[in-house]
Design a protein around this ligand. Structure first.
Ligand SMILES: [Zn+2]
Length: 230
């Protein structure tokens, strides 16, 4: 599958220091609220990408009710460089500990959602990826696309496996299930309630308890009912 970008959970990558080296960047560029570290020496950030990034970040902050400090944004050419810097191969990676973004794109909405969401708290990767897919639609990953794939995948596997063992599932399937479920939560309850789930889970370190407190039903019951209705 096309790698959509990710967020690194602390346990997911061993040997990852909290502050990756930044010496490999060729030059830096400040645009509004972003500090770009550019790894290609002749590269610039286009005005249109800088503008898109600024307004998407502001929109996302408003939707989630958070404020993000200056974003340190490492722009590299290839997924292999993302891997070399973070330990994770992909088009984009956001590190929750430092807030740094590493990406092959100068405007990467998916990673900006991750960047804003880490200010809320951590209900687990299923919700982080689901929220990024719901708020930053990618080509080929509309809600309908994700629902269709989720329906076919969930005919064979229980939805709970994707919630609890996100990392271990086939990643395209896992992204589709998470994206479709979180899109549905937002459609039914609004993004503020989903943001509240992240906040509560961050405070309590208990995503299941936070889910019950915010949505009045268990996560297990909600995902099972949703999967059956697909
Ligand atoms: Zn992601």
């Amino acid at each position: 599958m096309k790698n959509l970008g990710t967020i690194v959970m602390a346990a997911a990558v061993s040997g990852l220091s909290s502050t990756p080296a930044r010496a490999a960047g060729c030059h830096t560029l400040e645009t509004g609220r972003f500090e770009f570290v550019l790894y290609e020496c002749d590269e610039k950030v286009s005005k249109s990408d800088a503008k898109k990034a600024e307004s998407f970040l502001a929109e996302t902050e408003q939707a989630l009710g958070v404020t993000v400090a200056k974003v340190e944004y490492h722009k590299v050419a290839l997924p292999a460089q993302v891997d070399a810097l973070t330990g994770v191969y992909g088009e984009g990676v956001t590190l929750p500990k430092t807030g740094q973004i590493f990406s092959t794109r100068t405007f990467h909405a998916h990673e900006l959602v991750h960047r804003a969401a880490i200010e809320l708290g951590d209900p687990g990767r299923f919700f982080h990826e689901g929220l990024a897919l719901a708020l930053a639609p990618e080509k080929g990953w509309t809600v309908k696309d994700m629902q269709k794939r989720a329906k076919s995948v969930l005919a064979r596997k229980p939805v709970g496996d994707f919630v609890k063992n996100f990392e271990r599932m086939e990643q395209g399937d896992a992204y589709a299930v998470a994206g479709a479920f979180v899109s549905d939560l937002i459609a039914k309850h609004g993004v503020e309630r989903v943001a509240e789930l992240f906040r509560r889970a961050g405070r309590s370190k208990n995503a299941d308890g936070a889910f019950v407190a915010v949505f009045g039903t268990t996560l297990d019951a909600a995902t099972t009912a949703w999967a059956q209705a697909l």
